[in-house]
Design a protein around this ligand. Structure first.
Ligand SMILES: [Zn+2]
Length: 339
């Protein structure tokens, strides 16, 4: 099969690799219908994380091709979506809704899903089958549910977005944009998006943003305070992962408010005195996307949401290197790879 491999920073190649096989009786093999490149794939691409000969990708939708002898919940021919953590969905941590921390979890990025086929561990817990074979135009949205939509949704819930709330969103990448969509679905009254890019601002508005702030850092914080009667937002989503973004998020939040952070943290250090004086709740980390999948799949199936709009470049898998370059240079927000 064809599979994307990152041999080192900036070095993406699509190679012929051995097809995956069932290893555990709880495994399934899927044939991917689409895959995509994640903002987090850019950290090793840019040399900000060590990388050598690593198979890539952790987002996936596709058709079940083979199941292990103990798999009961999905069958050959089902169209399925799963999250970037494989999880049993039965342990105490999963039952509490934190499947990203399942005691048996497997990080899909270690197996790679930017490929024609993928082995999915713990298939019964990990995979959610759609009601039938999706129309082709639904595939980008189902793909988004695998990570960026579920992650944005978790961020909005962690920030306690809801009716009567003002939500601010730091980060206008795919996760930030879908955090806006989630906040809107959860009933937020006002949604302030930080963005400097005209095309992303337009999508933010389409997903539910009511205000756009172009300033960053302290100037951005001042702007949010100005828009909220000097108080700050009730709920703030941090979807970047840098020191500036995290402090911007904390400082935008009113006392007693909530920060939901899902940007993969890189060298973020919150000064204790600032945290102490902020008086805000902070919750986040790797999103338990699996918790939200049944609901998200249904919303997409019923065409109530269209998160697939975050994909602004579609390329065949063999042109993955071009896709990485486009995301690195920010000429694309998110790249869909077709098979
Ligand atoms: Zn579990």
């Amino acid at each position: 099969m064809r599979q994307v491999v990152m041999h080192g920073p900036g070095d993406i190649r699509v190679e012929d690799r051995e097809d995956p096989k069932i290893i555990e009786p709880t495994d399934a093999i899927i044939r991917l219908s689409a895959t995509c490149i994640c903002g987090s794939d850019l950290w090793p691409y840019r040399g900000a994380e060590p990388v050598k000969d690593q198979v890539m990708g952790h987002e996936y939708v596709g058709v079940v091709e083979e199941v292990g002898s103990e798999v009961r919940n999905v069958k050959v021919g089902d169209f399925v979506v799963g999250s970037f953590w494989a999880s049993d969905n039965t342990c105490e941590i999963c039952q509490a809704g934190y499947q990203a921390y399942c005691v048996h979890r497997v990080l899909m990025g270690t197996l790679g899903t930017q490929s024609e086929l993928a082995r999915i561990p713990l298939a019964d817990g990990t995979l959610v089958a759609t009601p039938g074979m999706p129309e082709p135009d639904l595939i980008p949205s189902l793909m988004a549910a695998s990570d960026v939509l579920g992650t944005g949704w978790f961020a909005a819930e962690a920030a306690e977005a809801g009716p009567g709330k003002t939500v601010a969103v730091v980060g206008d990448g795919a996760v930030g944009l879908l955090g806006i969509l989630a906040a809107k679905q959860l009933g937020a009254e006002r949604i302030i998006a930080f963005s400097r890019h005209a095309d992303r601002q337009a999508l933010a508005r389409e997903f539910g943003a009511t205000d756009i702030v172009e300033e960053r850092g302290d100037d951005g914080v001042a702007k949010v305070k100005e828009l909220t009667g000097g108080l700050g937002a009730h709920s703030v989503i941090e979807a970047v992962g840098t020191q500036e973004a995290m402090m911007q998020a904390i400082h935008c939040t009113r006392p007693g408010g909530h920060v939901g952070f899902v940007g993969v943290s890189h060298d973020v250090a919150i000064p204790g005195d600032e945290l102490f004086m902020a008086g805000v709740h902070i919750h986040g980390g790797p999103a338990p996307v699996r918790q939200y999948l049944p609901r998200l799949v249904q919303l997409i199936w019923d065409r109530k949401i269209d998160p697939g709009k975050v994909f602004d470049l579609t390329l065949p898998l063999d042109e993955a290197a071009r896709g990485y370059r486009a995301m690195d240079q920010r000429t694309a927000t998110k790249v869909l790879l077709t098979l």
